[in-house]
Design a protein around this ligand. Structure first.
Ligand SMILES: Nc1ncnc2c1ncn2[C@@H]1O[C@H](COP(=O)(O)OP(=O)(O)OP(=O)(O)O)[C@@H](O)[C@H]1O
Length: 360
């Protein structure tokens, strides 16, 4: 099917999705006008608290859930316009991985992987070939005749991933795929998903309530709250410059608060004629933290106390986040801040309000 010009470039294109549920007379908008584009080959994360609408959104991609309004295009196909047979066919190109694995306990690993193919009427020989194809992809060659009860959580999820891959999809939807796993196994499964994306040219849309998952694996992220996308962008940008309060709280869970709670109360008061300002300084790129701090101190006659600091890396890009208690004459503080900004550093004045919001 030709790709319509409107969807050129996007593997998944969602526009103005609305989905309301009526429960005992009251209406919840699980999706309240969601639009996003997932580019081919990217790993796109949707993060949000429980009830934000993530599951409803991901289920709209393969139409397990039908939106009340809006449009869903996958690989250029208008999903809402497909008849039943065409929808079944389109769904085979969209694999799905679940939080609780959803394995059949009475079937072996190989039989679980082959099950959706069996339902789709694919021949025994072809099913067997697909099982042989996907088992090594997920590192389970030796487990084909094991039963789910004989597997660890991580192995069960590998079976879930193999089952999703057996229909040779181009799109992989991951619904809290690591939420039932401990952090070490989570890291392994995320690394597996990333390497499968690379090896099989997959486009991955995943939902999670954990920002650490987004940090480990995603290229871009959308932050959802109350059925709406509050913010979306490259993971590095969203982590280093979160624009919304919800995002800032998510980010703080992973990279820590700029200023540890209680620290401000312990800072000395400024001398007469001086001010104390709390500055958050973001370094992304070539700057050396120490050189900037000592040079600003010398040039502008400021006392700069480092209140907190960390260097981290997202997707191979390093950044540093530092909080400074800056003491000096107001004009010198202004000049020092302007100088740091002119160097390309991101300097934010932390106010009691921003600190309270971060601590909430
Ligand atoms: N089938 C349904 N019937 C009624 N309300 C629903 C249904 N599915 C979802 N909702 C409601 O829609 C809102 C969004 O739910 P959804 O499951 O999409 O959120 P979520 O972000 O995935 O949260 P969770 O991680 O808890 O599943 C919630 O208020 C939920 O109660």
């Amino acid at each position: 099917m030709p790709v319509s010009p409107s969807s050129a470039g996007a593997a998944i294109r969602l526009r103005d999705l609305v989905r309301r549920f009526r429960v005992r007379g009251s209406v919840t908008a699980a999706l309240d006008g969601v639009s996003l584009d997932v580019a081919p080959g990217e790993i796109f994360g949707i993060v949000g608290r429980s009830g934000a609408g993530k599951s409803t959104l991901i289920r709209c991609v393969n139409l397990l859930e039908r939106p009340d309004s809006g449009s869903v295009e996958v690989l250029g196909r208008d999903m809402l316009a497909l008849d039943d047979a065409a929808l079944r066919e389109a769904r085979r190109g969209i694999g799905m991985v679940f939080q609780h694995f959803n394995l059949l306990s009475s079937r072996t690993v190989a039989e679980n992987i082959a099950f959706p193919l069996e339902v789709a009427g694919i021949s025994r020989a072809e099913r067997e070939a697909r099982v042989r194809e996907v088992l090594p992809l997920v590192g389970l060659e030796g487990k084909r005749d094991s039963y789910p009860a004989q597997l660890s959580g991580g192995q069960k999820q590998r079976v879930g991933i193999a089952r999703a891959l057996a229909s040779r999809p181009k799109i992989l939807l991951c619904d809290e795929a690591t939420s039932a796993l401990d952090p070490e196994i989570t890291a392994e499964i995320l690394a597996l998903i990333r390497s499968l994306r690379d090896r099989l040219d997959l486009t991955v849309l995943l939902i999670t309530h954990e920002m650490s998952v987004v940090k480990q694996i995603c290229d871009r992220v959308a932050v959802m709250q109350s059925g709406r996308v509050e913010e979306q962008g490259r993971v590095f940008d969203v982590f280093t410059r979160p624009a919304h309060a919800t995002t800032r709280r998510f980010v703080a869970e992973v990279i820590g608060h700029a200023v540890p709670p209680g620290t401000v109360a312990r800072l000395p008061a400024p001398e007469p004629g001086e001010e104390r300002r709390l500055l958050q300084v973001l370094f992304a790129g070539p700057h050396s933290t120490r050189a900037v701090v000592s040079e600003a101190s010398r040039r502008f006659n400021l006392d700069l106390n480092i209140v907190s600091g960390r260097i981290d890396e997202i997707g191979g890009e390093p950044f540093g986040l530092m909080a400074l208690a800056a003491y000096g004459a107001p004009a010198q503080l202004d000049a020092g801040t302007a100088w740091m900004r002119a160097l390309g550093l991101d300097v934010t004045l932390l106010t009691p309000e921003t600190l309270a919001e971060a601590a909430a």
